[in-house]
Design a protein around this ligand. Structure first.
Ligand SMILES: Cc1cc2nc3c(=O)[nH]c(=O)nc-3n(C[C@H](O)[C@H](O)[C@H](O)COP(=O)(O)O)c2cc1C
Length: 298
């Protein structure tokens, strides 16, 4: 079954709007005597960013025949997490919480960084009853332990992985800036490996994001243990009709290889089920280097 994830509503977007509104409210109250009598509407009445987002959910849900997942993107607990509840009330079938935190403080140890994630997941979990998926990056000392903690904090699914928009340096202007580069299938191996390693070890659903472009990409991830495969770059490159051809490719491969259901396929090559489980671990690093043959060598 397909589903659609909306672009994220960002913590900064919510807090910025609320701050702007509070300033406007204060200014108005000071500047106009009649303001005290209700000249300015309450904050909730402004139809700015977050409210437009909630409206979009409600409208999209009315028109879609597949579930709609709303996305919240932030890195700290706070009043903004109430938007998870508002998203559910607007009709979202699930919430994806994208925790986009770049740890830069040398005094914040791994435990402090991790507890920030856990607290945020708990806070959002407390707001909603619909399934909660948490999108994370791979840079934890122990990803399996972190995955387990997130599950215990209330995540029903993990979305692996966030693809950081890495800043670049422009040598002409000497400016530092992010530039969005779309992914390719070569980036698939990171989520592939970790889904294969985590499948069966942590009791959540796994969604793969980053590098999913073709039917082969989808098949590999399903074999590794993904419950969901997600596409962003592929849609931007090839258009919204692309999933249809990917689905056709998946179906053909399954028929040719005598699979009768996706369930049968799912996780059959995860580490727990693979005939050679070491393939997903470090032991293969040395073998890969030793057996490398340079195609350019004369
Ligand atoms: C233009 C663009 C906008 C994106 N916006 C969001 C967003 O709002 N929230 C989010 O969680 N991820 C966002 N992403 C990240 C994608 O959801 C996805 O995780 C990432 O691009 C890797 O998947 P892909 O290889 O299919 O592109 C965005 C990606 C692109 C290219």
């Amino acid at each position: 079954m397909g589903a659609v994830v909306l672009p994220s509503l960002f913590e900064e977007q919510i807090e910025h709007d609320e701050l702007q509104m509070a300033r406007l409210h204060d200014y108005g109250a000071e500047g106009f005597a009649e303001a005290a009598g209700g000249y300015f509407p309450e904050l909730e009445d402004y139809r700015l960013g977050p409210d437009v987002y909630l409206d979009t959910i409600a409208q999209a849900v009315r028109r879609l025949s597949i579930p709609l997942i709303a996305s919240l993107n932030g890195s700290s607990s706070g009043g903004w997490v109430k938007y998870a509840r508002l998203m559910q009330e607007a009709g979202a079938a699930a919430i994806e919480l994208n925790i986009y935190h770049v740890a830069t403080d040398p005094d914040a140890d791994a435990a402090a960084v991790e507890s920030r994630y856990i607290e945020l997941v708990r806070a959002v979990r407390a707001e909603v009853t619909v399934p909660l998926a948490v999108k994370i990056h791979p840079f934890f000392s122990s990803l399996p332990n972190m995955a387990q903690k997130l599950a215990r904090a209330g995540a029903n699914g993990l979305v692996l992985f966030n693809r950081f928009m890495q800043p670049d340096i422009d040598l002409t202007t000497l400016k530092v800036g992010p530039n969005v580069e779309l992914s390719t299938s070569t980036e698939l191996r990171l989520p592939l490996r970790w889904i294969a390693l985590l499948k069966g070890r942590v009791g959540v659903s796994f969604a793969a994001t980053t590098g999913v472009h073709t039917a082969n990409d989808v098949l590999k991830l399903l074999l590794a243990g993904a419950d969901v495969t997600m596409m962003a770059s592929a849609l931007l490159k090839s258009g919204v009709a692309h999933p249809r051809s990917v689905l056709a490719g998946v179906t053909t491969w399954m028929e040719e290889n005598d699979y009768t259901s996706v369930e049968q396929l799912k996780g059959s090559l995860s580490q727990a089920n693979a005939p050679d489980p070491e393939q997903f671990e470090r032991a293969q690093y040395m073998r890969a280097l030793i057996t490398y043959v340079n195609p350019n060598a004369g």
